[in-house]
Design a protein. Structure first.
Length: 111
């Protein structure tokens, strides 16, 4: 396990995941990323019944589908929140730039 400072992402992170996100799994020279994909990979590569641990997903087909739907919904909510926060930050940056522009533009005028 490697901990990554997400405020200063190393180059190797982007070499493994073009989006620069975590988690990233490396197994036998192969790379897997995205949370839901990593969960399913671990479930299939190391099933609980073979390792003496619990499975990540329920054994019941319908409960397994419900768990996948929940992961899908959480991913959608996270994407929506990321979009909202990014737009708020962009609006704040624009607002500050606009104020600076007005100070520069109107500095020679008396109002």
């Amino acid at each position: 396990m490697v901990y990554v400072n997400l405020k200063s992402k190393p180059d190797w992170l982007f070499e493994r995941n073009p989006f620069g996100l975590v988690p990233i799994l490396e197994h036998k020279g192969n790379v897997v990323y995205e949370s839901a994909v990593c969960n399913e990979f671990l479930e299939e590569a190391f099933p609980g019944s073979n390792t003496g641990t619990r499975d990540l997903l329920p054994s019941c087909l319908y409960r397994r589908a419900a768990a996948r739907l929940m992961m899908f919904k959480i991913d959608k909510v996270c994407m929506l929140l990321t979009f909202i926060v990014a737009n708020i930050i962009a609006a704040e940056l624009y607002h500050h730039q606009k104020i600076d522009f007005e100070k520069i533009y109107f500095k020679n005028f008396v109002i």
